[in-house]
Design a protein around this ligand. Structure first.
Ligand SMILES: NC(=O)c1ccc[n+]([C@@H]2O[C@H](COP(=O)([O-])OP(=O)(O)OC[C@H]3O[C@@H](n4cnc5c(N)ncnc54)[C@H](O)[C@@H]3O)[C@@H](O)[C@H]2O)c1
Length: 254
């Protein structure tokens, strides 16, 4: 038997590519052999991600887009295929976190987060899946969270936790709908990861208290999400679909 194939060949699309985990994943996919379309809100972060992919020796495309805008997401994926070629891999990483106690959270705040963190993942998967179905398949990873399976001690983020639980069921449901049509859909669920999101003042004050409760006694670096994501995208994971890979230093085990 030959060694498992963890390499990537073809075009990848990464949402949230200007963020901590998304940028690390975009460069990691490039280092693994993919050309990478980087999608996020327009800005310097997106330009940096594109430059980093090119620095890894692969083709890159800047895709300024709001993942809640269904027509714009569809058009962005179509543009990726026009400019880079058939879409083979996708990582849906765009998300926000703006916590508030449930009793004072407005419906607008709840809806906005669900719109980005859950509906945005659906719209991204829908556009990616349509493209992949048209040319024989592909592999999608949705970035979930430990918050899909626990309520983080000290954090008031009912909308975030509910949306992330939704991302896991969305992943399972799409995986089964497309299982016989060449598309695998899996989730990577990070634990506390040292990105701008986790280091925002509202979250950081709580998170730093709980680091001693993580069995590995530290947060993850964004780059530690790359290997698990590449694995699930690659042919080495050819029989994985609907899986949720916790990447949390053991956090949910305790
Ligand atoms: N950092 C953590 O501890 C942690 C833990 C578990 C899960 N996650 C998840 O990982 C993913 C990435 O988070 P991160 O920590 O890198 O955060 P981040 O804030 O660094 O990155 C998130 C990115 O998403 C983009 N984004 C937000 N709304 C968007 C929209 N409407 N359209 C397009 N792009 C949009 C932002 O511009 C940003 O670049 C998120 O889904 C998050 O929920 C993070």
């Amino acid at each position: 038997m030959s060694a498992p194939d963890f390499g990537l060949t073809g075009v990848a699309f990464v949402t949230g590519a200007a963020g901590g985990i998304g940028a690390a994943v975009a460069v990691g996919l490039a280092a693994s052999g993919a050309d990478v379309a980087c999608a996020d809100r327009a800005g310097e972060g997106l330009d940096r991600a594109v430059a980093a992919v090119e620095g890894a020796g692969r083709r890159a495309l800047a895709c300024p887009v709001d993942v809640t805008d269904d027509a714009a997401v569809d058009e962005t994926v179509a543009r990726v295929e026009r400019e880079l070629g058939p879409l083979r891999y996708a990582v849906n990483c765009a998300g926000i976190n703006d916590g508030a106690p449930a009793e004072s959270m407005s419906v607008e705040q709840f809806r906005r987060l669900v719109d980005i963190n859950l509906t945005g993942v659906f719209l991204s998967c829908r556009a990616e899946g349509r493209a992949m179905l048209a040319h024989g398949g592909g592999s999608i990873v949705n970035i979930g969270s430990i918050s899909a399976v626990i309520a983080n001690r000290g954090l008031t983020q009912v909308h975030y936790n509910a949306a992330k639980a939704g991302v896991l069921q969305l992943t399972t449901s799409l995986a089964l709908e497309w299982a016989q049509r060449g598309i695998r859909v899996n989730a990577v669920s990070p634990g506390y990861t040292a990105t701008p999101m986790a280091k925002s003042s509202e979250v950081w004050e709580h998170v730093k208290q709980y680091i001693p409760d993580i069995p590995m006694n530290r947060m993850a670096e964004p780059e530690e999400m790359v290997g698990p994501t590449v694995f699930l995208l690659s042919d080495a994971a050819s029989y994985c679909t609907g899986a949720n890979l916790l990447v949390d230093g053991g956090a949910v085990g305790w």
